[in-house]
Design a protein around this ligand. Structure first.
Ligand code: FES
Length: 331
């Protein structure tokens, strides 16, 4: 998928459900109730909030249910405003622009076993994985950490799997407090076991640290804020120059235009200034919205979403630089 393929869907907000303290579920459907583009467990969408703000949310419903996308939003009073806007302004029957689903948090093949680690609202992509793994009859265990019982979302859905020992709840507070011992849990890797982890930054950091001795490629994280350690650290804003000190040129294969990208300016911004539409959201290489196909040249990747094989074909225009004087883009 590239920037040109990110056509937006116009979807109706069909329902809003209370899921837990400060967490609501929002259900989007087509106006005619028909099927939506398919998605895989772990996918997310970009939601356009109507005031120019775009936010990424994981889809939490069963991917086999084709007539809806469901997201869960935690109200974060100290956040960037997206969650507050949803909780206060979202109205049933209103139409919202929603991207097609993208997936940078994909479950590996069927033969693996899965250890799912959710911290707080990080349960959302893992819930869709639970649906998927249940259907595949794949072995998994979900550890779901929440501050208190009131903040456990999707309790009824997860209780079914909990009965069979596949879901373990960990509460930080209250008489039944039983915080998760991440270091103990991840001290040893079972053969073929993959970890999928989503939650607040400290939770992800702790899990990454605890699994540092695991075989490479078996620890997967989903985050919408930068995670440490990063595969390739993104340069700080205003200091984008690296191998391309002095700037470089991007050539647009379809129009034949050339645009100079100066030091400290992203490819996306340089193109936007020239009227070329490259959608962006996080501008930190973590949401995947600005993905572009390149045809020639050698990019220097600074994102945290592309896999190694995808880097042979795509770059993230908000943070990639160039190791060659020119990059040719499929734009
Ligand atoms: Fe999010 Fe580029 S805008 S990865």
């Amino acid at each position: 998928m590239n920037a040109n393929a990110s056509q937006l869907l116009e979807l109706r907000l069909a329902a809003i459900r209370f899921a837990a303290q400060d967490i609501n579920v929002y259900v989007f459907e087509r106006g005619d109730g028909g099927e939506l583009p398919p998605f895989e467990a772990g996918s997310h969408v970009d939601l356009h909030l109507g005031n120019g703000t775009v936010r990424q949310y994981s889809l939490c419903n069963d991917p086999a249910v084709r007539d809806r996308y469901e997201i869960a939003v935690l109200r974060q009073p100290t956040g960037r405003g997206g969650s507050k806007a949803w909780h206060e302004l979202a109205r049933c029957d209103a139409t919202y622009r929603v991207s097609r689903p993208r997936n940078h948090f994909r479950l590996v093949d069927d033969r693996a076993s899965f250890l799912l680690l959710a911290g707080g609202i990080g349960i959302t992509p893992l819930l869709s994985m639970v649906h998927d793994l249940e259907r595949r009859s794949a072995p998994y265990t979900l550890h779901y950490c929440a501050r208190s019982e009131e903040r456990v979302a999707f309790r009824k859905e997860l209780d079914r799997a909990a009965v069979h020992g596949k879901v373990v709840f960990h509460l930080d507070q209250g008489p039944d407090a039983n915080p998760l011992d991440l270091a103990g849990l991840l001290a040893h890797q079972n053969v073929g076991e993959h970890v999928y982890c989503c939650g607040p930054q400290p939770f992800i950091d702790a899990a990454a640290q605890a699994s540092r001795d695991w075989r490479e490629g078996f620890f997967h994280v989903e985050c919408f804020t930068p995670v440490v350690p990063a595969p390739t650290p993104a340069p700080a804003a205003g200091s984008l120059a690296s191998a391309d000190a002095g700037g470089f040129t991007v050539a647009l294969a379809r129009s034949g235009r050339k645009v100079f990208v100066a030091d400290g300016v992203s490819i996306a911004h340089a193109l936007q200034v020239q009227g070329v539409n490259v959608p962006t959201s996080c501008e930190q290489g973590i949401c995947g919205m600005c993905q572009v196909t390149y045809l020639e040249g050698t990019p220097e990747h600074h994102d945290m979403v592309l896999l190694d094989d995808e880097r042979e074909q795509y770059l993230m225009a908000c943070c990639a630089r160039s190791r060659t004087p020119e990059l040719v883009l499929d734009l």
